[in-house]
Design a protein around this ligand. Structure first.
Ligand SMILES: [Zn+2]
Length: 234
């Protein structure tokens, strides 16, 4: 467990995908659950900062890709909390709609890994969010719809700590801030419009789904990324 701010933690058992917790006193909200098989690790990490399973108020999934939602079902079985996801990704999360048809070889490979290696099992239920939704115990959090990577991709803005959790709307692999990986993104034009939307939000710290967090000056970095993208030859 890595403390990023007084109330913001990054869980370290996710390896290549990030999971976060916002902790107020003993109450916590979890953002993303990593690949399948992480539920025990998540609870162990939280118990190290004295957050018990009954203190977890909500689990928010930034989007239905199984590297972010993989342990949501197993985790939910051990909590009183509910699972929340944007309405645009709810059907895929619950396994009621198929993953969007894989276009690229990499994407086809990831569907194979998800199904046959990770043996991903969807959670039994989840609550659909939109931008007016409030998270129990954390009424200050704002849900921002940032589609493109997936139709229901969401970001979570925590105004109190000035932190934005953006899932895969932005990547910071190798400490290089970029848009989402095009091989795994349904609509790149929409993804860039979501990055425009993100650039207007009030935040200082960015917590992406992959790569290190950006502790300071993150909003300006997003604006610089947009400027660079506009100048790229199309
Ligand atoms: Zn993703």
């Amino acid at each position: 467990m890595k403390k990023l701010k007084d109330t913001v933690y990054m869980l370290e058992s996710g390896r290549f995908v990030n999971m976060y917790a916002i902790v107020h006193g003993k109450s916590a909200v979890i953002i993303d659950t990593g690949t399948p098989g992480k539920a025990n690790d998540i609870l162990d990490e939280l118990s190290a900062i004295r957050v018990k399973p009954c203190d977890i108020e909500a689990v928010i999934i930034t989007h239905a890709h199984p590297d972010h939602a993989g342990s949501s079902g197993a985790l939910l079985a051990r909590l009183y909390a509910k699972l929340y996801i944007h309405e645009g990704d709810l059907g895929v999360l619950l396994g009621k709609e198929p993953f969007p048809k894989p276009h690229y070889l990499l994407e086809k490979l990831s569907v194979f890994v998800t199904t046959h290696v990770w043996k991903y099992k969807p959670p039994a239920e989840a609550v659909a969010l939109d931008e007016s939704s409030l998270i129990p115990g954390f009424p200050g959090l704002k849900i921002i719809h940032t589609p493109g990577h997936t139709p229901g991709c969401l970001s979570v803005l925590d105004p109190e700590s000035g932190t934005l959790f953006c899932g895969d709307a932005l990547n910071n692999r190798s400490d290089k801030l970029t848009g989402p990986l095009k091989y795994f993104t349904g609509d790149m034009d929409q993804a860039w419009r979501s990055i425009e939307k993100i650039s207007a939000l009030p935040f200082n710290t960015l917590c992406p789904g992959h790569g290190n967090s950006i502790p300071e000056g993150a909003q300006q970095k997003v604006k610089d990324l947009l400027t660079g993208n506009r100048q790229k030859p199309k």
